[in-house]
Design a protein around this ligand. Structure first.
Ligand code: PMP
Length: 525
């Protein structure tokens, strides 16, 4: 069966056209485990090994039988799917299950409150919105404290306190105006200064190479300029810091510190003081950058991020949308590097490949209950997605976390193979990176290749290689979205030794052609 028809192409035809130039416009008609089935011109089905794994959404593979059975069960039982503004015990069950896992992996007794959403980008935006609400409320509390300081100082002035002449001098206020007028001028200047601080747009820190989504807000947190800059005028202000560079992080943290002015009375004198202004909404990090080229955060940098967030008073949002759900051998990749966040985002494999669902988890001590009344989506927290997510968590946690162990073991095996290929072709492979089933192989840039085809396709190298591997080896691979010289390997846990060997053969063939500068063969010219 094929779904290609004679109808005009109206669903993103430009993208399809581009895929066809790369030989990637295949029609998949069936999927099971790690295999996708395509239909050839003569109508025969052809199996393709899927190393892309739904861009991270398929840690348990396509159409996992127990998830499919659960989907049937939920639908056959007339489970309420959309019952907004009701009790939602299924969502609570998912939240509790996630909490038990986080408690174990993070070694914390603190609860995490769950806000459900539909996609990865949406969970990120919910996180940023929550952080901004928190920032605004904290700023408000700081201003109230300043007001309380001004009121207390006014009372003190009434009973004989004086403004320190140095303060009048600093604020350019005429000392001859008298104590009351002088004090009121100070209060006015302090308020005006603080208003300017409050009016500044908030700042968000993310890392170079980051990918946090492509919606209006989240795309401004995604480093790739091609995705981000056409929409810059619509979005938040992000500051991108170089990954794993602690010095740059320290410098940026210092640079971002802003003070509000406050008024205190000391020894009968009204003095100026400072209060830290919460100007940074949040700091975002992927424990292993996915679309940036499979780049892990070092343990040292993880500690630095924690420190920076404490200094800035900003929450650390750990984006586990791609790295989480067992992919790296633990439920949270961040639990392995010691990275500790205030918020966590999960999506992709949470829906088991059958549901679209995501969740934002917020540490209880930083949680703002008001957020629940401000943020919602028609589709979030629905009965079907929660039922599937619960089953996904059951499967991950079964047999004392067997899936995590398998992901770690299979990942080691794939990485050994990738490293062996690199050892054989160090001239065309720059690096092999990642852990568990989140691996990347970076090829050398081909901008100066002797082959005109390779030179022309150099900016899209990974897609050229993907087309070749699909056509000649029945292997589905793709580059990471923002680093197209890096091929990603994010297969499901079902990957067998035989499939790893086939992948090895495909990659060796690619490397031999790159070494020979045979772009024509890679591009099938
Ligand atoms: N964060 C990360 C780390 C991701 O990898 C992605 C998707 N590649 C997203 C956010 C966005 O997820 P979605 O495509 O579901 O919006």
């Amino acid at each position: 069966m094929t779904t290609v028809s004679a109808s005009p192409e109206l669903a993103e035809p430009a993208l399809l056209g581009w895929l066809s130039t790369m030989g990637l416009d295949v029609d998949y008609v069936r999927a099971k485990g790690i295999t996708l089935y395509r239909v050839d011109g003569d109508g025969t089905e052809r199996a393709v090994t899927d190393l892309v794994g739904g861009y991270g959404s398929l840690i348990l593979g396509h159409n996992h039988p127990e998830l499919v059975a659960e989907a049937h069960r939920l639908l056959d039982a007339d489970t309420p799917v959309h019952a907004q503004f009701s009790r939602h015990p299924y969502a609570n069950a998912v939240a509790n299950r996630l909490n038990a896992i986080l408690r174990r992996e993070l070694g914390t007794a603190e609860a995490f409150l769950a806000i459900f959403a539909n996609t990865g980008a949406e969970a990120i935006e919910a996180g940023v919105k929550h952080a901004e609400l928190d920032r605004v409320l904290r700023m408000r509390a700081e201003l109230e404290a300043v007001d309380a300081g001004i009121a207390a100082a006014r009372t003190a002035i009434d009973v004989g306190a004086r403004v320190n002449p140095a303060v009048l001098l600093r604020l350019d206020i005429d000392a001859a105006a008298g104590p009351v007028a002088g004090f009121e001028a100070v209060a006015e200047r302090v308020r005006a200064y603080n208003s300017e601080v409050v009016a500044r747009p908030p700042l968000l820190f993310a890392l170079e190479g980051s990918f946090h989504g492509k919606l209006m807000g989240s795309v401004q947190l995604t480093f790739n300029e091609g995705y981000r800059t056409p929409f810059s005028a619509l979005g938040v202000q992000s500051r991108f810091l170089p990954l794993n560079d602690r010095e740059a992080l320290t410098a940026a943290t210092l640079d971002a510190q802003v003070a509000l002015l406050d008024v205190v009375v000391r020894g009968g004198l009204v003095e100026l003081a400072e209060r830290a202004a919460p100007v940074v909404t949040a700091v975002l990090v992927e424990p292993v950058q996915g679309e940036g080229g499979i780049r892990p955060v070092s343990s040292g940098y993880a500690a630095g991020l924690r420190e920076a967030c404490t200094t800035l008073g900003a929450p650390l949002i750990v984006d586990e949308i791609q790295s989480g759900m067992g992919r790296t051998g633990a439920f949270l990749a961040s639990s392995l590097s010691g990275l500790r966040g205030d918020y966590y985002t999960l999506a992709k494999s949470l829906g088991g490949g059958l549901a679209k669902t995501s969740v934002l988890l917020v540490r209880e001590s930083r949680y703002r209950p008001d957020f629940e009344f401000l943020h919602s989506s028609t589709f979030a927290k629905d009965g079907y997605s929660c039922g599937i997510a619960l089953k996904v968590l059951d499967l991950l946690e079964a047999d004392d976390g067997r899936v995590y162990r398998v992901a770690a073991e299979r990942g080691r095996r794939v990485k050994e193979m990738l490293s062996a290929v690199r050892a054989e072709f160090p001239d065309v492979i720059e690096e092999v990176r990642g852990t568990g089933l989140m691996l990347g192989m970076q090829f050398t840039a081909q901008e100066r290749s002797s082959s005109a085809v390779l030179r022309e396709n150099a900016p899209l190298l990974g897609y050229l290689l993907a087309g070749y591997l699909l056509r000649e080896h029945d292997l589905r691979v793709f580059p990471t979205a923002s680093n197209v010289t890096t091929l990603r390997f994010e297969p499901s846990v079902q990957i067998t030794d035989a499939e790893i060997t086939r992948l090895q053969a495909g990659l060796r063939a690619v490397c031999a052609l790159l070494r020979a500068g045979d772009g024509d063969r890679l591009a099938q010219l």
